[in-house]
Design a protein around this ligand. Structure first.
Ligand SMILES: *Cc1c(COP(=O)(O)O)cnc(C)c1O
Length: 413
């Protein structure tokens, strides 16, 4: 057993301080429940940031992990392996795509997508067609290229010269997109629902306009489905409910249910611009991650599971509406499937973090999406009893913040 004592305090002593984790330390999970090192239990509305789509310690995934774990973890891309081929086959049966590239994260999947788009433009049109259009408040990862493409300057400033040829436009602004996308445009990258940026769904007409503008100017349309993908929206990929098909789709987060894996999906015609040696990875497409992801894809693509996501979405929104009725918290409740954002109204502006902290104290794991939005991205198979219990606990947490506020306001009048 382990006899090296560590606590939350140890984090501040040994870790690079780019995170500010909660006061409790999670230790194990099962389904939509998590227990901390003190044995306290939590209802999990965060799913490891939209990752554990089938909940914690899913028995079928554990079985695959054990079986493949005893066989072969890693071999390198000088060899292929059956799990990665099966995974690619399954993803391509479910989507527009017929070629896949595997990586270890969403950022790496986007890095591959952006590099492929630049390469395609270079080979088809020459060295000048380099402009990548993205949107304010978007999030595409933390590598230097992807963070620069992302639309949140607070993440990308202060790291030296930004790669050239990037342009940020307002999200959901059709006129701005039509005006900006032109002969110089290499690619447009967009989240069908902005996740980190505040859970903001794209207007279907906006996505259609992007598709038309890309087609008119020989630019590629990239959908970043790292957060919206693998069932999260109630469809296997969110694009499947928009009437718009991208040229390249990136996926990660829920794809491995917690095992790090990402993928870029595209067509054979575009994939042909990435010849041997032009791009690569050490771990991407390893048999262990691929075997797990194959099982995730098999389970999540079940139409009954996806129907369950859509019905849970209504139940979750109902709970939020009740909370709002009682405390008057929200300006808007939005999102699709089990990617739901509740934007705090002006009385609670900037206080999402306080709600997340209070939720933790009352046994609920929560997320925010910016300072004003509470984000709900639970397991896609969350038992309805756990959801009710989570909202009962959350009600107490909200009472602690909003109840006392209501009292102080009453007292001051
Ligand atoms: C999380 C996220 C990423 C980055 O994924 P990592 O696995 O953290 O690199 C990229 N795009 C979107 C839309 C995301 O939500």
């Amino acid at each position: 057993m382990n006899d090296l004592p560590v606590t939350r305090q140890t984090f501040d002593e040994v870790m690079v301080p780019v995170f500010s984790p909660a006061a409790f330390v999670p230790d194990r999970g099962l389904g939509s429940r998590v227990w901390d090192t003190q044995g306290r239990d939590y209802i999990d509305f965060a799913g490891g940031i939209a990752v554990t789509a089938l909940g914690h310690a899913h028995p079928d995934l554990l079985q695959v992990l054990h079986e493949q774990g005893g066989k072969l973890w890693h071999i390198g891309n000088g060899y292929t392996n059956e799990p990665v081929l099966r995974l690619a086959r399954r993803l391509e049966e479910l989507t527009f795509a017929d070629r896949a590239f595997f990586a270890n994260s969403g950022a790496e999947a986007n890095e591959a997508a952006l590099k492929l788009a630049r390469r395609v433009a270079f080979e088809r049109h020459g060295a000048d067609k380099v402009e990548i259009v993205s949107f304010t408040q978007s999030f595409h990862g933390r590598t230097f290229f992807t963070v620069s493409v992302g639309g949140q300057p607070k993440y990308s400033e202060g790291f030296g010269p930004v790669p050239a040829g990037l342009r940020h436009l307002p999200y959901n602004d059709i006129e701005a997109a039509r005006a900006a996308i032109g002969a110089q445009t290499c690619a447009v990258i967009v989240e069908p629902i902005q996740g980190e940026g505040g859970v903001i769904p794209a207007d279907p007409a906006f996505l259609k306009a992007l598709r038309e503008a890309c087609d008119a100017h020989g630019a590629l349309l990239i959908f970043d489905e790292v957060q919206t993908g693998v069932g999260r929206s109630g469809y296997f990929y969110a694009y499947q409910d928009t009437g718009v098909t991208p040229d390249i789709l990136t996926t990660a987060k829920a794809l491995g249910n917690g095992f790090p894996i990402g993928a870029m999906l595209t067509t054979h015609a575009l994939a042909a611009h990435f010849q041997v040696g032009v791009h690569g990875t050490t771990y991407g497409g390893n048999p262990l991650g691929s075997a797990i992801a194959e099982k995730v894809v098999e389970l999540v693509s079940d139409p009954k599971l996806l129907e369950g996501v859509r019905s849970r979405s209504e139940v979750l929104k109902g709970h939020l509406a009740k909370l709002d009725e009682r405390f008057g918290l929200f300006k808007e409740i939005r999102g699709k499937g089990l990617l739901i954002g509740a934007e705090l109204n002006d009385a609670f502006k900037g206080r999402a973090k306080d709600f997340v902290t209070a939720a933790g104290q009352h046994g609920v794991i929560m997320l925010m999406a910016g300072p004003d939005v509470l984000r709900f991205v639970p397991s896609l198979v969350m038992p309805l009893d756990d959801m009710s219990e989570g909202f009962a606990r959350l009600t107490q947490a909200v009472e602690q913040i909003a109840g006392s506020k209501a009292r102080t306001e009453a007292a001051s009048h």
